[in-house]
Design a protein around this ligand. Sequence first.
Ligand SMILES: *[C@@H]1O[C@H](CO)[C@@H](O)[C@H](O)[C@H]1NC(C)=O
Length: 967
Amino acid sequence: MVLSIRLWVLIIVCSQILVVFAARTDPNDLGVLKAIKSSWRKLPLNWRGSDPCGRKWEGVNCTNSRVTTLKLAGIGLKTKDIGDISSLSMLVYLDLSNNKGIKAVLPQSIQNLQNLTTLMLVGCSFRGRIPDSIGSLKSLVFLALNYNNFTGSIPPSIGNLSNLTWLDLTHNQLTGSIPVSNGTALGLDMLLNAKHFHLGNNQLSGPIQSRLFHANMTLKHFIINNNQLNGTIPSSIGLLPTLQTIRLDSNILTGTVPQNITNLKSVRQLHLSNNFLTGPIPNLAGMNNLTYVDMSNNSFDTSDIPPWFTISSLTTLLMDKTQISGVLPSNVFQFQLERLELSNNNLDGTLDIGNSYSSDLIVNLTYNSIVDFTQKSVYNLSLDLSNNPVCEGGARRRYCPSGNTKTPIGSPPIGLTPTGSPPIGLTPGSLPISVPPNNCPSVRCGSNKMLSIKCKCTNPYTGNIYFLSYTFSNLDNQTYYATLLETFITAFRVLQLPVESISFSSASINEFKYITYRLHIFPSDEDFFNRSSVSLIGNIINGQLDKPYYGPMIFLGDNYCCFPEDKSSNKWIIICATIGSFLIVLLALAMIYAIYQKRHATKEKQDSPFASWGLNNGSDAGAFPQLKGARWYSFEELKQCTNNFSEENIIGSGGYGKVYKGILNNGQLIAIKRARQGSLHGAQEFKTEIELLSRIHHKNVVALVGFCYEEGEQMLVYEYISNGTLKENLSGKTGIRLNWMWRLRVALDSAKGLTYLHELANPPIIHRDIKSNNILLDHHLNAKVADFGLSKLLGEEGKGYVSTQVKGTLGYMDPEYYTTQQLTEKSDVYSFGVVLLELLTARSPIRKGKYIVKEVSEVFDKSGDPNGLYNILDPCLGSPETLGGLTKFVNLAMSCVKASGAQRPNMGEVVREIESIIDLAALSMDSESSFAFSSQNTRKGDLYDPYSDTVTDVSSLSVPFETELRR
Ligand SMILES: *[C@@H]1O[C@H](CO)[C@@H](O)[C@H](O)[C@H]1NC(C)=O
């Protein structure tokens, strides 16, 4: 009876929904869209009929019959007049970015959009002045007019936009000064909520007024590079403790840098280069978040080496032509430093670079007076001492790449003019072009098509992405791109866009010192993207605020070649309507079922021992598991964050069930291991397992962050490790190629993780299933041991071994354990030895009926020298002579896989041995040859087949959208 009442309620509710669907669009809004339709070209083809809201015109979204969102980015729109768009009075969100064909003026009537929060017109061809009336858009939060042809001055009325957080006017032709309020006039200083002023690359002039800055502001980025601003830097800038990026470079600023700039403890990027600043070089001591400092080309007083050069967060220090003299101390060369430029100063004495620098460091000390260099033969960085006395005599040495030219010391070298020139010492575009990726067979794709990461010929959406500030200089370090790719991939996934993969290529730093990449975004379902996908992709990228390592970004998309001809016809509408009503009936049934299930589940929960954990009612705390740091998640929560455990979120599977990737509400990525029905543990067993796992905390062991026990579900929630398994990485699936040094580090990390489990965890744990699939690599390529699904506590039976059913993976399993069924830590050592051999050969342990342990030992025993291993070594590693410590490494692996456990080393010994191998490898790297990521080992176009998979170079960062996309 109750049920049938529910059913009636449902039917009534559903018919209400139908009424809303059927509602016609507000006639006023319909009129506006129709007018737009008649005067703009290249609008989406499904803009027809007279119900934009009901019929879902592409790019249009409505709320209650009113148009609230217009997202029409990157679809090739053309118009000279944006028409009556201002009459869409309920419009909240407008994005017309990346339509070069919009050559319109922004009309005064824009003020009618009183509900507008977001106005994105990036990369169009808007011309004329920014209308004063823009100051009436009281709701505006995000205003991006960058990369257009706006002229005239910045309207002071923008000061009225009290909700504005983002103001981007970069790269227009704006003139006049930066408006500041006074009594009657308005100005940007009134924007108390603004975090971003991006005004670079215009023709702004006049002084930066002192009143522009005051203590009530919350500004993070103040970017006004490449203008013609003059006068001094006002000391009021020291009143903004929230500032993170200051870009004043390439203006005509004069005077002394105010010393209270050191109040700004949050500043990471400080660009003052190419001005006419005088007085002492500012003392930045205490600004301990600085990563990027550029003060080159100013007229500072002569000074000694400033002590703050050793601030330990600095990656980049550019002080060319700043009148510095003296002997450069070796503690300036710190490990995190990536680029150091001090050309055209008066450095003298003997250069000592110490030994704690990174091999990626690029140092330019040209045009100084350095007479000698301590590490003449042993150093491992890119160093240029040309045009110093130490390079006199014409001998061509590595640190004198261009010898001594005739230019007298002290005069500016060519290419360092005050209007931003390409930086010296950086090879622009050293990131190899990855499209077509060199791992694909050489297929010729049709017109406009390119090979995707998965070697499919499709039509990518392409464009350039620019970053106005950044914390680094090493364009080849993949850590920096990896986080960004992850961000995009996650965002695309959330909106379920059909993106197969993204590739970054052609890294360079442009004339305005913006980092630029070429972006290719490949479609997944079809060979092409439709309009809404292209529009949303651009919208997402341009809507990103600053990300780790990168400041604000600007995406300028190319015109997309290949929109499909959408053919819509009445036939489809009828079919859709039929399916629609069918779905509504289904929905009703599903809701009834859900209600039934929920009651059922509640009942079940009360019956289970977990009901007494006190999660719901707070009682009976004694039975609550003893957890350290792990928390409880509801089924609903995990369901939501995995998109209803969708296929797309699956990142792995095994006998126990599947592993899903999820994203929590706070943005944290997680991996959820969900037990299959049928492989559920008993409640007590599950509780023991999570208690055990929650106690394990080590940087080389994947951490448990929580669990779920509900509705017949058992799930373990782990931190998400972004770079996949060691096996995938050795096979090249992830686009990362590990060189010798990285492989040694992976070996060391995982050995440390295992040592922790064996020797420090309490009680000790035997992993039982060490294999390359259970070693994961994070963003920084740190290795972490994962998956204790089979782990057993040691000492449970007090004996040092555990006798139990034999489990493990073929190829890694200790033969002694297999025959005796007695499990000790030495079984893990055996499996670890197999992993070491895998690192050496990039082969599966068992391949074509051959067993890796047997193969390597035969070769090694026969010749006894590492060259005999040539046929077995992973060809990516290069020739055996260049691999420092190779013989020791093979010996170590062989001792781990000794037949008798007693003869194998324990994990602590293994760690020490690997450490000494790393020392040997580092020594051999000093002798001229290889650097951390050795791209010279890559033979382009070579097809090579370790796990019958293909390989890309680590620096061609093309990360597949989803490694295991299944449909
Ligand atoms: C890459 O950058 C990260 C973050 O700054 C750093 O930790 C790492 O050591 C760098 N890697 C290399 C190979 O320089």
